[in-house]
Design a binder for this molecule. Structure first.
Ligand SMILES: Cc1ncc(COP(=O)(O)O)c(C=O)c1O
Length: 478
């Protein structure tokens, strides 16, 4: 028996599609067994009050997909082999067996979702929406959204949009102390993708990677997922303690944040940078320099990069627009030593063929038309003030909490709690009064880790920062 069809004329789906879909469901559910003769299109059209051609179209769609067969003169019948595809509504959901990589990815603690909404959220790695020049951005995007511009109708270059690579090479050479040719600059979908590609290219199972603790947990997860073993050195106010690299270290890869150690702050001085390069030379190792927020220094000029001291192609420089434009852009870049350009670009082609051209083109104009440098000046001013408000509020209301680095930089502050304090309890109490602060444990590789919290200031106003710290102090005093 043909099920009753329920057609909605004001539905966005065309009527023929509604008929096709409901018949298909009935066939798959076994309500219309193999060999059932469907009503003649003329009759069904009359029953459901649609034009005959609408039913014919639905039957044609069913026939094209193999649900029915038509015999001239005899009619339309449910096909024989449809039973094979029949859905069992009570079948247990399928759980694919994950690969080793898949199992490791599942076990990683990396963030995949959004955090809860809090009244005052010291979340970090955010940009302050009102600072970004949306009007300019809209104009630049619109420039390329024109039918006269054929650029978007083709695949872009895997290594990135050449004008952006040129603009970055110029910017990085002038302002970040990263001398490079445009060919060395490859555009990626976030620094995370650059790390993933580098890990695929450079790490084999059980390889050691030297990292900082506390450090960038997203990189830790990634290296581990690729089967690497992390060897961590606890950082001090001057970042990665090169002199403490174990003499018997097998590592051929080092991941560091020399300009502003993530997440505890602090800058690697020249002597340590040179020592790290020398160590890498002796051990035939490669250094990944993650310069995720090097532009954001609030006292004096930003420091230049480690890459600028490298003479034999041992440093891969990573930069991102996540902090200085906005994180949802998902555009970052890597400056590769010549020997890695081809392997990296080849891998990028396999992974996703290249970053989106539209946003690359807009960012390119944003840089070459000098909006970027103006925006950076604006950011430094606004974020510098917010940081100062936060640091002063902490000194005033939470004098027991220690900020290890005095470097005025970045978008967050890491505070160490007195040893008797329980980090998770502090976070829980803050949440209870509507204040979002973040535990430091996920960034530490030592166990037990010293209790600490992270407070981002880039998504809040100065008033909110002050109020948030006061609320935190009040709840901790109870
Ligand atoms: C230490 C560190 N490196 C790199 C990044 C940038 O990552 P992405 O470009 O994937 O947004 C971040 C962002 O939070 C970071 O904290």
């Amino acid at each position: 028996m043909l099920p009753t069809l329920h057609l909605q004329k004001d539905n966005a789906l065309p009527l023929y599609w509604q008929i096709y879909w409901q018949l298909r469901e009935a066939i798959l559910a076994g309500q219309l067994p193999a060999g059932t003769r469907l009503p003649a299109s003329r009759n069904l059209a009359k029953t459901v009050k649609v034009a005959r051609v609408t039913v014919t179209q639905a039957y044609e769609q069913l026939q094209a997909e193999g649900y029915v067969v038509s015999h001239v003169g005899a009619g339309t019948f449910v096909a024989d082999d449809v039973g094979l595809a029949k859905r069992e509504s009570n079948a247990a959901p399928f759980h694919p067996v994950l690969s080793t990589w898949g199992e490791r990815a599942l076990a990683a603690q990396g963030k995949t979702g959004q955090s809860t909404r809090l009244q005052i959220d010291f979340g970090f790695g955010r940009s302050f929406p009102h600072i970004f020049p949306y009007n300019i951005w809209r104009r630049l995007l619109a420039r390329y959204l024109s039918v006269d511009d054929v650029m978007l109708s083709r695949y872009g270059s895997t290594a990135g949009f050449m004008p952006l690579r040129q603009a970055l090479a110029d910017y990085l050479g002038r302002l970040r102390g990263v001398p490079c040719k445009p060919e060395q600059v490859v555009i990626v979908n976030g620094a995370q993708q650059a790390l993933d590609i580098l890990a695929r290219l450079l790490l084999s199972q059980e390889d050691e990677v030297l990292v900082e603790t506390p450090g960038y947990a997203a990189a830790f997860d990634l290296f581990r997922t690729h089967g690497a073993k992390l060897v961590s050195l606890p950082v001090d106010e001057e970042g990665f303690p090169v002199e403490r690299i174990p003499a018997n270290s097998r590592a051929r890869l080092v991941f560091v944040t020399p300009s502003n150690q993530f997440p505890s702050g602090g800058t690697m001085p020249l002597a340590r940078r040179l020592a790290l390069l020398q160590w890498a030379r002796q051990r035939d190792a490669l250094i990944i320099e993650d310069d995720y927020d090097g532009e954001l220094r609030y006292d004096g000029r930003p420091l230049t990069a480690l890459q600028g001291l490298d003479e034999d192609g041992r440093v891969v420089y990573l930069g991102t627009f996540s902090k200085v434009l906005f994180p949802a852009l998902r555009l970052s870049y890597v400056v590769l030593p010549p020997a890695l350009i081809t392997p990296f670009t080849q891998a990028k082609a396999l992974v996703d063929r290249g970053a989106p051209t539209l946003t690359q083109a807009a960012v390119s104009d944003f840089i070459t038309e000098r909006h970027f440098e103006r925006h950076l000046r604006h950011l430094r001013h606004s974020y510098g003030q917010r940081r100062q408000v936060l640091v002063e509020a902490v000194k005033r209301y939470l004098p027991d909490l220690v900020c290890r680095s005095n470097t005025a930089a970045g978008l967050h502050v890491m505070l160490y709690l007195p040893p008797h304090m329980d980090e998770a309890e502090v976070v829980r109490r803050a949440t209870a009064v509507g204040v979002g602060i973040y535990p430091g444990a996920p960034y530490h590789l030592e166990w037990p880790s010293p209790p600490s919290i992270l407070l981002g200031f880039s998504g809040l106003t100065e008033v909110e920062i002050e109020e948030g710290i006061q609320r935190l102090a009040t709840t901790l005093a109870k």
